[in-house]
Design a protein around this ligand. Structure first.
Ligand SMILES: Nc1ncnc2c1ncn2[C@@H]1O[C@H](COP(=O)(O)OP(=O)(O)OP(=O)(O)O)[C@@H](O)[C@H]1O
Length: 269
């Protein structure tokens, strides 16, 4: 059974042992049908996310990480299991989820600011109001001066900033990031991770991010989940007890090194 996207308020919670969870995933399995018994992508995956938590998901290629994000975003229906969302606010609004992919997927015929404003325009917000709010996000993601630029004139990192701003302008309860920096060069990637950290420290949106980089995961997250090779199962749920706010220097601390070793070993297994 799957319950989304309707939001439950805290008073309607049914699962007392995950009282503080924003999201509860229970016994989730996914088998893609094919002519040959199906491809088992996920097996019996369970975990929770607390409000404002930043959790990174790592695992070998093909371990079902994108499949999980697509299920959480409501794009795929799982074969079995349950997904339960609980609103951080008491108001019974629909639970808002934004998903950012490796490819920025910008509208080529819209400028930077129009791309960022798009979700609001689609919701019926007036053009003036949407563009005003988009301008705020242009500043927050460091794209001032590029408001009227076209997507074709942006670097990969800039395009991804637009995609992140377009996701956050919707004030999602949950932000899903699927290898958002996977297509960027190493230096841009480090810079973007630092910028995402800065944004998250300001906004404190709950984030679930897929990455292949252990150090990126440790720089950003409160917890790291590691999936086994296909079918994906949670083989490690590791709290990241590094102090915040985190700076680049945290990479060179002994705790960082120990956590990286634990995670690398879990991925290897
Ligand atoms: N639409 C589909 N039909 C059939 N099989 C699929 C489909 N989508 C994904 N799969 C398979 O399900 C498994 C999990 O794929 P998924 O893309 O979720 O893994 P991933 O962990 O995100 O991989 P990567 O790290 O390489 O991006 C893979 O074996 C993949 O081939």
């Amino acid at each position: 059974m799957i319950t989304y996207p309707e939001k439950q308020t805290r008073s309607e919670r049914e699962v007392p042992d995950v009282a503080d969870a924003l999201l509860e995933v229970r016994n989730l399995s996914m088998v893609y049908p094919n002519g040959n018994g199906g491809v088992e992508a996920l097996r019996d995956v369970s975990f929770t996310l607390a409000p404002r938590e930043f959790v990174c998901l790592l695992g070998p290629s093909g371990s079902g990480k994108s499949t999980l994000l697509r299920i959480l975003a409501g794009l795929l229906r799982p074969t079995a299991g349950e997904v339960r969302f609980c609103s951080p606010s008491e108001e019974a609004e629909p639970f808002r989820i934004s998903l950012v992919f490796q490819d920025a997927n910008l509208m080529p015929w819209r400028t930077v600011i129009e791309n960022i404003a798009l979700p609001l325009l689609l919701k019926g917000v007036s053009r003036e109001q949407a563009l005003n709010l988009a301008q705020k996000w242009v500043f927050l993601v460091g794209l001032e001066g590029f408001e009227k630029a076209w997507p074709r004139d942006l670097s990969g990192g800039m395009a991804q900033r637009v995609a992140i701003a377009r996701a956050l302008i919707q004030e999602p309860d949950l932000l899903l990031l699927d290898e958002p920096f996977g297509a960027l060069d190493a230096l841009t990637r480090e810079k973007m991770a630092a910028e995402l950290l800065r944004l998250w420290q300001q906004q404190r949106t709950t984030v679930l991010m897929v990455t292949h980089s252990i150090s990126e995961a440790l720089l950003l997250s409160d917890r790291v989940l590691v999936f086994s090779a296909r079918p994906g199962r949670v083989v490690l749920d590791q709290p990241v007890n590094l102090p915040r706010p985190r700076e680049e220097g945290v990479r060179y601390t002994p705790t960082f090194g120990e956590l990286a070793r634990t995670i690398r070993q879990a991925i290897g297994e």
